[in-house]
Design a protein around this ligand. Structure first.
Ligand code: ZN
Length: 389
């Protein structure tokens, strides 16, 4: 039998378990329990396959070792694990009274051995277990990073297969939207409505479908649904529904390369399809001034679905309420000229007549002041104003 002579050797045994986890499609974390240089327990992360939230590598390895040694106490044993243990696994290691815990990569979000908190440094809990950190940390974290990168690629390939991209259109890469501040909502996509002509529309749809009020948040140019990130939480907290599309050519929706695609009629048709497909009732239309010409005919064509209009009097861009990171995020969907065709088209689209028409229809609602647009405060005011009687 091969004796493990040092911590690196122990960690390599744990890494082999992590690789096995990756092959099984689980987040690659592996663990072994070693006593006197001999592996007495092995475990790999397996919560997905086993439908078991406790099936972390450490728990599996501790169980395996305790079975094999016929003892629930693992005195004199060392637990090697490729990733810093969580609260549950740190607790289990303390219960088992292992002599040492040795981990590889730190886990800044859930680590309970020094990152988020340190159970092993808590004298009221722990008199037994020593901790050693960062053994083969680079290899351990590279395995995790590779796994997540591959999974992202697979997800993207699946998304492309579900909504294929037309040859004459662009799609802003998902990477442009990674780590957006204050935009936690799940994307929804449609591409099979006839008016979309195979283009992929992205929209948010949050809150109960039978809510007393639905806020249909329509951005103008240049912007996208991200514009409404401060208002959405207020509407949702009031128990209302929020639907926020990215118009074709904007945000996470597909972007035809030719500005000629963008006629007011096309966009109105798509918005009309959204009203029907998402079955929007009792709507307050929230819109930026620059989207008003699209919105007025939409409201007139489906008056029975609308309870009011909230007109926001400001352009997006560097403003009082935006941080630099948010400003970058607002521009994220438009990385180059090709992706900006809609912005060009929208700038030319608004006729004076449309504007006048919009004014006429939209006077029946609430209007923000310039500074307050898109803010949580404005949303609170609006919730109060449009509260169903
Ligand atoms: Zn754990």
């Amino acid at each position: 039998m091969e004796l493990l002579s040092n911590d690196e050797a122990g960690m390599r045994a744990a890494l082999a378990q992590a690789q096995a986890a990756a092959q099984a499609g689980e987040v690659p974390v592996g663990a072994v329990v070693v006593r006197d240089g001999v592996v007495v327990g092995r475990g790999r992360n397996a919560p997905v396959a086993s439908h078991d939230p406790t099936a972390h590598a450490e728990i599996q390895a501790l169980r395996d070792a305790a079975q094999r040694l016929g003892n629930y106490r693992l005195d004199g044993c060392t637990l090697y694990v490729t990733l810093e243990p969580c609260v549950m696994c740190s607790g289990a290691a303390l219960h088992a009274r292992v002599a040492r815990v040795v981990y590889g990569a730190a886990e800044p979000k859930t680590g309970a051995a020094g990152s988020v908190l340190d159970l092993f440094a808590e004298p009221r809990l722990n008199h037994h277990t020593q901790i050693a950190r960062g053994v083969l940390a680079d290899e351990c974290s590279a395995l995790l990073a590779g796994f997540f990168q591959q999974r992202r690629r697979q997800n993207q390939a699946a998304a492309r297969a579900a909504h294929p991209l037309r040859d004459d259109a662009l799609r802003t890469p998902d990477a442009a939207f990674a780590h957006l501040p204050d935009y936690p909502w799940a994307p929804r996509y449609a591409s099979d409505w006839p008016s979309l002509q195979g283009l992929r529309l992205h929209y948010l749809d949050e809150g109960p479908r039978d809510a007393p009020l639905t806020w249909l948040c329509l951005h103008g140019a240049p912007a996208w649904s991200y514009l409404y990130r401060r208002m959405l939480p207020v509407f949702l907290a009031a128990g209302h529904r929020v639907v926020a599309p990215d118009l074709i050519g904007f945000g996470k929706s597909d972007k035809p390369k030719k500005p000629g695609f963008h006629t007011p009629e096309r966009h109105r048709e798509i918005l009309h399809a959204l009203l029907q497909q998402a079955d929007l009732q009792r709507c307050v239309l929230v819109l930026q001034r620059s989207a008003a010409p699209l919105a007025a005919p939409l409201v007139m064509a489906a008056r029975e679905r609308f309870a009011g209009v909230l007109l926001l009097e400001s352009a997006p861009g560097p403003g009082a309420v935006e941080t630099a990171a948010e400003s970058v995020a607002l521009n994220a969907p438009f990385p180059d000229r090709g992706h900006r065709a809609a912005l060009q088209a929208f700038a030319a689209m608004h006729s004076a007549q449309d504007q006048a028409l919009a004014e006429g229809v939209l006077l029946r609602g609430l209007r923000s002041t310039r500074g307050a647009a898109h803010s949580a405060d404005m949303a609170l005011q609006a919730v109060e104003y449009f509260r169903p009687s």
